[in-house]
Design a protein around this ligand. Structure first.
Ligand SMILES: [Zn+2]
Ligand SMILES: [Zn+2]
Length: 172
């Protein structure tokens, strides 16, 4: 799934993507009272792993993440910054008592990954319900929105990724 995602990210941003070594879940990120992991704490550790030649770094964790003010988060990103994180737990059908489905999981993972990386490239939430930058509060919201950026988010990305682009921008 990571390799498929790598190709998807490269094709979306026209910037090379590389898979890094697996990190262990940072000590102290587990919140016993909630049986969840502190997203911001893990994000901070991911940031420390940023290779000198990388422009962004994304962590994918197979855990349920939260931040103090929200019961859960699908992911978190530094707005206009370097690091982001996506949690698999609530993207899995099993979480909702359904049979596992790798196809559905991959589509949700792509959407949430592009959403968080969009924040890294400076995009804020978009009012277009079809746009990947639309805020998802539930997995139903994730499924309902489209798989790409709307025209206006796309044009911001075009400018932000310009210095690193190695492939043609083929979405317009
Ligand atoms: Zn968001
Ligand atoms: Zn948009």
């Amino acid at each position: 799934m990571l390799r498929k995602l790598q190709v998807h990210l490269r094709d979306t941003f026209s910037v090379p993507a590389r898979i890094m070594k697996t990190m262990s879940v940072p000590e102290g990120s587990y919140e016993r009272s909630r049986n969840q992991y502190n997203s911001t704490r893990i994000l901070r550790e991911i940031l420390k792993e940023t290779p000198p030649d990388a422009i962004k770094i994304l962590g994918i964790v197979d855990r349920d993440l939260c931040i103090p003010i929200l019961t859960f988060v699908f992911g978190e990103a530094q707005l206009g910054g370097v690091a982001s994180i996506v949690a698999l737990a609530r993207l899995r059908q099993e979480f909702y008592g359904l049979s596992p489905d790798d196809g559905i999981l991959f589509e949700r993972l792509c959407k949430e990954t592009l959403h968080e990386l969009g924040h890294n490239f400076g995009l804020i939430h978009c009012n277009d319900r079809e746009c990947i930058m639309y805020l998802s509060n539930t997995v139903r919201d994730v499924d309902r929105k489209g798989t790409t950026y709307c025209g206006s988010c796309d044009s911001v990305l075009y400018l932000k990724t310009d210095p690193w682009r190695v492939q043609p921008w083929n979405r317009r």
